[in-house]
Every structure is written in structure tokens, then in C-alpha cells.
Design a protein around this ligand. Structure first.
Ligand code: GAR
Length: 207
């Protein structure tokens, strides 16, 4: 069975597009059962509609609390029959209710080499720090912010001439390939989460 995915988005959706394209080309055995956005009018929704994928908009501000928003997300994902959640430019933190219900089955894409530059302004922070190399990370989501076990990473050089937009554009190219590679490993049953040694971190091993 193709890996049933729910892709959560807030923005333009180029990473969603990379997933849809890989599926269309037969390079990824998955099915996007739902694209869910917390932002009405997000470009990603139009991409989903063009691909004939069901969309839902759950605007977080319409919910009385974070927990209620989280519950609605979990219900929508389950109703769609998705088993994995992909955060592809989803700019909300998912709370413990969703993380616990989909333990080690939520994948996040982050535009930096974690644990460097977590949070919502990774490129700005990398440029402000003056690093010479940044990149992107796919990791499994835990209760922290951008802290879960790392699945794959790819490095991208920072150029002296870079601004946020140029750096983001170069990193994004790598993100597309990295996210598809991570999902392919999952769809082929090659991703294994190894329990932490006492006091350590869980790790991901890819066969
Ligand atoms: C991507 O660069 C992704 O890494 C980033 O949002 C962008 C979405 O682009 N995610 C985060 O910053 C999460 N903290 P897209 O909408 O074109 O896929």
C-alpha cells in the first residue's frame, strides 16, 4: 500500500509540490490523502487542488486553545486515513496531543542544520551568526521545538553575497530532494527509530 500522508502547510508549498511530483513520477510510493493548512489562501492549497488532493483549512485563530486546534488536526488526519504527518513549511508548533498520538510518525522539514538555528527564522539567524555552511534537516517531531531525532541532513554553503532570500532559495532546492528521500526511506520501511540509551537521545537509522 502506498504510504498514506497528510501534509501540513502554511505557505507556498514548493516542498508539497516536490512530494506530489515524486509520486507522479513513480519515484515515491505514497499517497497524499490530505493537505491541511492553518492559513487560508496559502499557495500550497492551490497546488493540492491542482493535483486533485483533498484540502482542509483549520485557522488556528478560530480555536479557543492550542489543544483544541491540535485535536482538530489529529481528527482531520485520521479522517483522511493518513498514517504519517509531514510538516512541509507548517509554521505552527504541534502540541503533545498530536505528537503523542502520532509518535515517531511526524516528519518536519527545517531550513538549517539542526541543532543549529531552530525556530521560525533559521536563515536570518544563520546569516546573523556568520556561519559558512548551513543546510536543511528532516527530523521526527518530539515535544520540543525542532529537537526530535534527525533523519537526514544536507549542507549548503553560505556565500558572502547571500541575503535571506538567496540563501533560502538555494537551501530550498536541497530541501525538495531531502524530503523526498526521507519519505522514500519511510515508504520502503527502511527507517528505524532506536531507543535512547539511559539519558540519551532516540536516533534514527536508515538501512
Ligand atoms: C521551507 O524552507 C521549510 O524548510 C520552512 O518553510 C519553507 C516552506 O517552503 N519551514 C520552516 O521554517 C519550519 N520552521 P515551501 O512552502 O515552499 O515548501
Amino acid at each position: 500500500m502506498p504510504l498514506p500522508l497528510a501534509v501540513l502547510v502554511s505557505g507556498n508549498g514548493t516542498n508539497l509540490q516536490a512530494i506530489l511530483d515524486a509520486i507522479g513520477q513513480g519515484a515515491l510510493r505514497a499517497e497524499v490523502r490530505l493537505v491541511l493548512s492553518n492559513v487560508a489562501g496559502a499557495g500550497a492549497l492551490a497546488r493540492a487542488e491542482r493535483a486533485g488532493v483533498p484540502v482542509r483549512v483549520l485557522e488556528h485563530r478560530a480555536f479557543a486553545s492550542r489543544a483544541e486546534f491540535d485535536r482538530a488536526v489529529a481528527v482531520a488526519v485520521r479522517e483522511a486515513g493518513a498514517e504519517w504527518i509531514v510538516l512541509a513549511g507548517f509554521m505552527r508548533i504541534l502540541g503533545p496531543e498530536v505528537v503523542g498520538a502520532f509518535r515517531h510518525r511526524i516528519v518536519n522539514l527545517h531550513p538549517a542544520l539542526l541543532p543549529a538555528f531552530p525556530g521560525a527564522h533559521a536563515h536570518r539567524d544563520a546569516l546573523a551568526y556568520g556561519v559558512k555552511v548551513t543546510g536543511c534537516t528532516v527530523h521526527l517531531v518530539d515535544e520540543g521545538v525542532d529537537t526530535g531525532p534527525i533523519v537526514l541532513q544536507r549542507a549548503v554553503p553560505v556565500l558572502d553575497t547571500d541575503d535571506e532570500a538567496s540563501l533560502a532559495a538555494r537551501v530550498r532546492v536541497e530541501e525538495h530532494a531531502l524530503l523526498v528521500a526521507a519519505l522514500r526511506a519511510i515508504s520502503e520501511g527502511r527507517l528505524h527509530v532506536e531507543a535512547p540509551a539511559a539519558g540519551g537521545r532516540a536516533r534514527v537509522r536508515i538501512e
